[in-house]
Write a protein that binds this ligand. Structure first.
Ligand code: FMN
Length: 176
């Protein structure tokens, strides 16, 4: 059976992006789903001196290997000051030191959500520009604005946005 990984670009215990990643990945049919949490990976703040002194942490290898051995990636990015959260950027930086082709061409459903009306548009723009340089195969991009009113009890409650996501999940699924 094919399997996908789903995770949020956040280290919040109650991450809204994790909620969205869980919902979206659950819409993919006939695959095993591995929900990952950045809190389970012990990664000190990246620095070239630390890398030279201690090498690359085992958990960066572990996460990269989870990407490498998956059939697809569902990722929902938190937006902090218009960019990646520190936790995600730190993981990305460590992994990129092991393998520049960080995403191994795996089909990716790229998403973001935020409490505001822009739905993480800025971080999505950054990722859409940058990830392909790391061999990302971004199949679809989805933004969920106004998380507080758009999402409830594990589901998107805005019918138009829910239909949009379901269409995008179908396309993602067809690429796996
Ligand atoms: C330091 C910081 C910066 C933020 N900057 C933005 C921002 O630029 N745009 C935005 O839409 N939300 C911003 N927010 C609000 C986040 O979207 C919100 O905290 C959201 O819950 C983060 O996603 P998460 O719950 O998956 O971690 C910011 C929050 C923090 C703590």
């Amino acid at each position: 059976m094919k399997h996908i990984i789903a995770f949020a670009g956040s280290n919040s215990k109650n991450s809204i992006n994790k909620h969205l990643a869980i919902y979206a990945s659950g819409l993919v049919e006939g695959v095993a789903i591995d929900i990952l949490d950045l809190n389970d990976f012990d990664l000190p703040l990246y620095g070239i001196d630390l890398e030279n002194e201690k090498g690359i942490p085992e958990d960066a290898h572990k996460f990269l290997n989870l990407i490498k051995t998956s059939n697809g990636i569902v990722l929902s990015l938190a937006e902090h000051n218009g960019a990646y959260s520190t936790a995600f950027k730190n993981l990305f930086d460590w992994m990129s030191r092991i393998e520049g082709k960080t995403f191994f061409g795996k089909p990716m459903l790229l998403m973001a959500t935020s409490p505001g009306g822009r739905g993480g548009a800025s971080v999505l723009q950054i990722a859409e520009d940058r990830f392909p340089r790391h061999n990302a195969n971004i199949v679809e991009v989805f933004s969920l604005p106004n998380f507080g009113t758009s999402f409830s009890e594990g589901k998107i409650v805005n019918p138009e946005l829910d239909a949009e996501l379901k269409n995008k999940v179908e396309r993602f699924q067809s690429e796996l």
